[in-house]
Design a protein around this ligand. Structure first.
Ligand code: FES
Length: 112
C-alpha cells in the first residue's frame, strides 16, 4: 500500500525466496536504491560504494521501469558484464529515489 506521507514512498521487494515485502523509503534525502536496501539489511554488497564499478547492487525492476532515468554509459557497461542481466536489470546505486517511483516493484536475486 502506498504511503500518504509526501516524503515517503513505498517500494516492494521480491526476495530470492519469492516472498514480497514493502519498504517505505524517503525521497527527500537524495538516497539511491542501493543505499536504502543496504540500510534495511538486504544483501546488497555495494562494494564500490555507488560509483557503478562493481555491479553488486544489481536488481531487477519488475514494475516502474518507465519511471526511471535511462541507464548511463557506465551503468550499461557494467550491466553488459552480468551474465544474468536482462532488460529489467539496473544498478541500484544509479537509481536516485524520487516521488514518482512510489509502488515500484524490484527483485533481489543476490544472496551474497
Ligand atoms: S554499488 Fe557498485 S555498481 Fe552499484
Amino acid at each position: 500500500m502506498a504511503s500518504t506521507h509526501s516524503d515517503l514512498i513505498t517500494i516492494y521487494i521480491i526476495k530470492s525466496d519469492g516472498s514480497q515485502a514493502p519498504l517505505d523509503v524517503p525521497v527527500n534525502m537524495n538516497l539511491s536504491l542501493m543505499e536504502v536496501l543496504r540500510s534495511d539489511g538486504y544483501p546488497i554488497p555495494g562494494t564500490c560504494g555507488g560509483i557503478a564499478l562493481c555491479a553488486t547492487c544489481a536488481v531487477d525492476i519488475l514494475s516502474g521501469n518507465e519511471k526511471l532515468s535511462p541507464a548511463g554509459d557506465q551503468e550499461l557497461d557494467m550491466l553488459d558484464l552480468l551474465p544474468q542481466s536482462t532488460e529489467a536489470t539496473r544498478l541500484g546505486c544509479q537509481i536516485k529515489l524520487r516521488p514518482e517511483m512510489d509502488g515500484m516493484v524490484i527483485r533481489i536475486d543476490s544472496e551474497s
